[in-house]
Design a protein around this ligand. Structure first.
Ligand SMILES: NC(=O)c1ccc[n+]([C@@H]2O[C@H](COP(=O)([O-])OP(=O)(O)OC[C@H]3O[C@@H](n4cnc5c(N)ncnc54)[C@H](O)[C@@H]3O)[C@@H](O)[C@H]2O)c1
Ligand SMILES: N[C@H](CO)Cc1c[nH]c[nH+]1
Ligand SMILES: [Zn+2]
Length: 440
C-alpha cells in the first residue's frame, strides 16, 4: 500500500529524495491571493461569497451570538465535557511552566538591559472544521494564549450546514469552557484574511471583527497558504498545515501499532503524510500487511487510502538506525514517533521535529488530545526552524535599555568609532552632544 523509497547504500543527502505532497503551499498561495485581496477590499460581501462557495452556507451575521455559545455548553455530552476538561487541565499544567520571566542583565556598573516579556494584545485563533471537527484545537490555541496573558482572544471556525451556519457545537462548547466569547463562523482563507484586516459592517449594520495582531492555529492547505500570504501584515505562528507523522522503527516495534499510528494521522486529510523509516524489511512488510487489514475497516477509508497512497507517504528503507536518524532529521516531521530499542536515547539525538513521541506507549493520538503537550505543530519541513505553539508564541521580548551618565560617557568613544565606520556621523553626534567640551 505504501510507496517504498530505498535509501540503502549510503545516500548522502536524503532531503531531495524524501516524499512531500504535490500540492505545495506556494502554489496554494497563488490560488487564494484573489480571495484574500477581495476580503481586504470588500470585507463582509467577499467573506459571504467565499462561505457560500466553499462551505455551502450564506451567513447573515458572522459573530456567534452569546446565547448559542451558552447553549452549546449546556447541551454538551457529559463524557465529552469530562474529556475536554482533562485535556485543558493537562495542557494548563505544561503551559504554565513555559512562561518566561522578565530578566535584567547588569552589562556594566550603571548600565542595564532588561528583557520584558509582553503578551500580544489581540490574537485570532483558527480552529479547523472542514473534514473533521476540532474542539481539541480550541484547547491547544486558547490555553497557551491565556497563560501568556493575552487580553483579547477571538476564535474563528468554519460554519456548519448542519448547525444552522454556526461552527460545530462542540467547538463552541470548548470556547465556553475556556471563557472565550468572541467567536466567528468563518473558515478557510477568508477567515485568516478577516482576522488580518478586520471586516467592516454586516447587513445589520453591526461593526464586527477588529483586526488582530497575530493569528495562530492549524488548518488545511488553503488556511496555511493564507497564513503564509499574510505573515507580516499580522504575526503568524509556524505553518501548521496538513498533518504529518514519521515513525523511526526497528524490528522491536509492533507492526499493528505502527500501522495504526500511520492510519491515525492519515485520516485528517487526503494530503496528510504518513512515513515509516526503518532498516527492517521484515517490519516494512508486516506494516504493509497490517495496513491492508486495518485501512478497509477504518471509518474514513477513502481519505486514508488517498493519503497513504499519495507521493507524500511511504516506507523509507535505510541501512541502519544511524542512517534513519539522518533521514528523519532531513524530513523534519510534524510528529516523529521513535519505536526502537533505547527509544529515548535516539529521541535525544533528533534535531528536527515538531514533537517527538518516545517508545511504544506514547502514540501521537495521546499528544493530539491529552498528553499535556501542544498539538499545533509545524509541517512541511518548518520544524527545521520553528516550534510548535507555546506560551512563548504569544509573547514579545522588549528590551529596556537604562544607562547612567557615567556609563554612557565611558562607552561613548566606541559608539562614535562605530558610527564613523558606518558613515553615520549623526549617530555619534547624538552621543557626543551630551558631553559638550569633552572629546569622547
Ligand atoms: N499541523 C497541525 O498542527 C494540525 C493540527 C490539526 C489539524 N491539522 C490539519 O488541519 C486541516 C483541517 O482541515 P479541514 O479541511 O478539516 O478544515 P479547515 O477548517 O482547515 O478547512 C476548511 C475550510 O477550507 C476552505 N476551503 C475548502 N476548499 C477550498 C478550496 N478549494 N479553496 C479555498 N478554500 C477552501 C473552506 O472555506 C473551509 O471552511 C487538516 O489538513 C489537518 O491535517 C493540522
Ligand atoms: N494530529 C493533529 C495535529 O496534526 C491534531 C489533532 C486534533 N485532533 C486530532 N488530531
Ligand atoms: Zn491527529
Amino acid at each position: 500500500m505504501l510507496n517504498r523509497i530505498d535509501l540503502r547504500g549510503g545516500v548522502r543527502d536524503p532531503r531531495r529524495l524524501l516524499p512531500r505532497a504535490q500540492l505545495d503551499v506556494s502554489v496554494a498561495v497563488e490560488r487564494i491571493r484573489p480571495l484574500v485581496e477581495a476580503v481586504r477590499e470588500h470585507g463582509y460581501p467577499a467573506i459571504r461569497e467565499a462561505s457560500e462557495r466553499f462551505d455551502g452556507v450564506s451567513p447573515e451575521v458572522l459573530r456567534v451570538p452569546a446565547e448559542a455559545i451558552a447553549e452549546a455548553e449546556g447541551t454538551l455530552d457529559a463524557q465529552v465535557r469530562a474529556a475536554l476538561l482533562e485535556s485543558i487541565t493537562r495542557a494548563r499544567r505544561v503551559h504554565a511552566d513555559q512562561r518566561r520571566t522578565d530578566h535584567t542583565t547588569q552589562v556594566v556598573p550603571g548600565g542595564t538591559v532588561t528583557e520584558r516579556w509582553v503578551p500580544v494584545d489581540r490574537v485570532g485563533l483558527y480552529v479547523p472544521g472542514g473534514l473533521a471537527m476540532y474542539p481539541s484545537t480550541v484547547v491547544m490555541n486558547v490555553v497557551p494564549a491565556q497563560a501568556a496573558g493575552v487580553r483579547s482572544l477571538v476564535v474563528v471556525s468554519p460554519p456548519q450546514k448542519d448547525n444552522g451556519g454556526l461552527p460545530d457545537p462542540r467547538v463552541l462548547a470548548a470556547c465556553a469552557l475556556l471563557g472565550v466569547d468572541e467567536v466567528y463562523a468563518v473558515g478557510g482563507a477568508q477567515a485568516v484574511a478577516m482576522l488580518a484586516y478586520g471586516a467592516a459592517v454586516d447587513p445589520a449594520g453591526t461593526v464586527f471583527c477588529d483586526p488582530v495582531d497575530m493569528i495562530t492555529g492549524p488548518g488545511n492547505i488553503w488556511v496555511t497558504a493564507a497564513k503564509r500570504l499574510l505573515r507580516g501584515v499580522v504575526g503568524i505562528d509556524a505553518e501548521a498545515g496538513p498533518t504529518e507523522i514519521a515513525i523511526l522503527a526497528d524490528d522491536t516495534a509492533d507492526p499493528a501499532h505502527v500501522a495504526a499510528d500511520l492510519v491515525s494521522q492519515a485520516e485528517h486529510d487526503p494530503l496528510a503524510a504518513s512515513v515509516l523509516v526503518t532498516p527492517s524489511t521484515a517490519l516494512a512488510d508486516a506494516v504493509d500487511r497490517e495496513l491492508a487489514r486495518q485501512v478497509p475497516a477504518t471509518k474514513h477509508a477513502e481519505r486514508v487510502t488517498t493519503a497513504l497512497s499519495g507521493e507524500q507517504s511511504g516506507i523509507v528503507l535505510v541501512d541502519d538506525l544511524e542512517a534513519g536518524l539522518r533521514v528523519v532529521d532531513a524530513y523534519a516531521a510534524e510528529h516523529l514517533e521513535i519505536q526502537t530499542e533505547n527509544a529515548r536515547e535516539w529521541a535525544l539525538r533528533v534535531r528536527n521535529a515538531g514533537a517527538i513521541f518516545v517508545g511504544a506507549w506514547s502514540p501521537v493520538s495521546l499528544g493530539d488530545y491529552c498528553a499535556g503537550s501542544n498539538h499545533v505543530l509545524p509541517t512541511g519541513g518548518c520544524a527545521r526552524h520553528s516550534s510548535g505553539l507555546s506560551v512563548q508564541s504569544f509573547l514579545r521580548g522588549i528590551h529596556l535599555v537604562e544607562y547612567t551618565r557615567d556609563a554612557l560617557r565611558e562607552v561613548a568613544p566606541h559608539v562614535v568609532t562605530l558610527a564613523t565606520v558606518e558613515d553615520l556621523p549623526a549617530h555619534g553626534q547624538a552621543v557626543s552632544a551630551r558631553f559638550p567640551g569633552e572629546t569622547p
